[in-house]
Every structure is written in structure tokens, then in C-alpha cells.
Write a protein that binds this ligand. Sequence first.
Ligand code: ZN
Length: 410
Amino acid sequence: MGMKNDCPPAGILDVYTIICYNVNMQQKRAYKYRFYPTDEQKQVLARTFGCARFVYNWALRQKTDAFYQDKQRLSYKDLSESLTLLKQQHTYRWLSEVSSVPLQQALRHLEKAFLHFFEGRAKYPTFKKKRHRQSATYTSNAFKWDGASLILAKMTEPLDMVWSRPLPDGATPSSVTITKDCADRYFVSLLVEEDIKRLEPVEQSVGADLGVKEFVILSTGETVGNPKFFQKDEKKLAKAQRRHERSKKGSKNRIKARKKVARIHARIADRRRDFLHQLSTRLIRENQTICVESLQVKNMVKNHCLAKAISDVGWSEFVSQLEYKAEWYGRNLVKIDKWYPSPKRCFDCGHLLETLSLDVRSWTCPECGVIHDRDLNAARNIHAVGLTVFEACGEAVRPGRAKVRSGKLR
Ligand SMILES: [Zn+2]
């Protein structure tokens, strides 16, 4: 539930979001496992991925056309009805060869993508491509689960899953999502409801900012860099990419080279995710309130520097991890919008610089003479502003999952 709020002005802060969770509740949590499909399962999945992708792209086209041509907004229900009609046409009979559930779910995913777009959290949805990651979601009416094995619709055998961690006792998945990544690895993600034990409240709070050189800088002065193996991986990736570019188009070597690039990409993504999970879990454990800058999509689009763009992607993933972990463990997260001038404001006296270019690592405040490390000063400002906002508005936040948004606070 979002609510307008008239908090006292907090300096030049314009927009903020507080996420405050203080009620014990069941949470949905996804458990992801690798699995090795049989040839038959591979074929069923390939067809299902293809049909789900087709439906997603078809619906995206319908929605876009309806909007531009007729200024109409098609709902999930509208699209679901036209999908039923589409499947009855002779030309599209092949859509009925796969389970209908993942096709309906593709419409749901599109609906969600549009919701994120309208909330300003994502770009306009784009067409899904065959070469990219493939996925299909099955709800409980399209799979059989007996507590130990999983059989999907249109399949006869259970999936051969690698149980890398146990499911909670008695957990029954409400939906399962199958993905195939670009390195041709298959994963199944089981969504289950469970009671997550909340952490004991602590006094400590922290501000965190995306560093220019390091990944993150905390208001305590601690920096956490990207692990060294990222650089090594990136070198390997560059080498594999060069080999791919040099290989002859249409040749077997080219396909091999492309798979190699995909495998390295997948490994980098896995390692990055692990790194972010470790960091977000630690911050959640150690602090009651965490203040961060949220990353506005428009800033991401403007960014031309590749390295920065990559760490930006990491940052938005990091913030979303903090968000759901705050919810799980009963912590507070205050998100400050990116354009709050946290690097340019002197933490000690509040003096505001007119400009501060990205390459300036430290600066001296013309007002009070304090020498600032650029990133640390920013993290401290984020911490201070976050706490101010939280103390002023936090009590107005209702128990449970509550977000407070405010337009202008000038
Ligand atoms: Zn100053």
C-alpha cells in the first residue's frame, strides 16, 4: 500500500521510499536447482519455450499496437481472450501442442513487465529472442509434486534434479519456473511459502553508496570491492569474444566459440550473484536500518561507460536483494533517489558544491575546510538523510509491507 505523506522537509530531498517490515508473515521464497533433462524432456521444453516466447511477443505487439493505433490499454483478460481465439485458428494450432499454462503465464509476465515500466522501474518491454535465456512457468495445475519429485505437464518422467540444498520440510511449490540459460544449462525454480525466522532487532544502522572505484562504500568507512576473480573472468571473456568474432560465419567453430562465450558469461553472472548475496545478507544481519540510493532507470540509460553500466546493474540487483531480505528478516530499508546530491554536499557543514566531476576522488569543503573522500562523504550523507526520513516518517508506516512515497518535499 502506498500513501501520500506530509513529512517535514528533509533538506533538499525530493523523493524517497521507505520499506519497513515489522510483522511476522509467510514469505514466498524461490529454491533453484539445476536439472538434466532427458532427450524427450528437452524436446517438450524446447516447444514450450518457443510457444511461450511466441505468445509473449505476440501479446507485446498487440498491446503496443492497441496503444498507438487506438489509444487503448489491453488488459490481461483481453489478451487471454484473444489468445483463446488465436489458438482456434488453423495456422496457430501448434500452440495447443504444449501445456496451456506456461502460455497463460507468459501473458502474466508481460503484464508484470508493463507494471514495472509504468512504475518507472524498467524500460519498455522488448521482444524475447530465441538466442537469449528461455523460460516457462507452470502453476500447480500443470505439474505433479509428491514431496520428492516433480513431473511437468506433457511429460512422463520426473525431472532429474540436483538437490544442492534441501527444500523446507513439507513445502509444496505453488509454481515452478524452468529456465535454460545461454550456456544450455537447465534450472528449475520452486516457489514455496514458508515462515522465515526474523532476526533479533539491533541498534546499528548504515548508509551504503555505489563507489566509483570499489563496488560499495559504507558510511562506517568500510569499502567492499569487486572480488579479484571478476577481472580474471572478464579477461577470459574478452579472449573468448575475440575468438568468436574471428571465427568464420556459419562454421562449426563459430557455434563452439559462441557457446564458450555464453558459458563464461553464465559463470560471471553466477559469481556476481553470490558476491551480492553475501554482501546483502551481511548488511541485513548487522543493521536494523539500511539507507541506499536507488538507481533510476533514466540514469542507467544515459550511462555510456561500460564498466560503470555493469556495476550499475549489480547495484540494482543488490538493492532488490536488500529489499526482499529486509522483508524476510524484519529490517528497514530507506531508498533515496539517485539525484539527491549526496556526493556534492559537505557532510560536516551542509555546504553544497555546484559541480563535482566523477574523477575527483577527494575535495576540500570551501566553507568549513574539511577534506572529504568523495564516496565516504556520499555514503554518510545517504545514511543521515535516510535516518532523518525514517525517523520522521517511519512511524506513519503501517505494519506489514508498507511503502511510503512522497512527491516533493522542498
Ligand atoms: Zn563543509
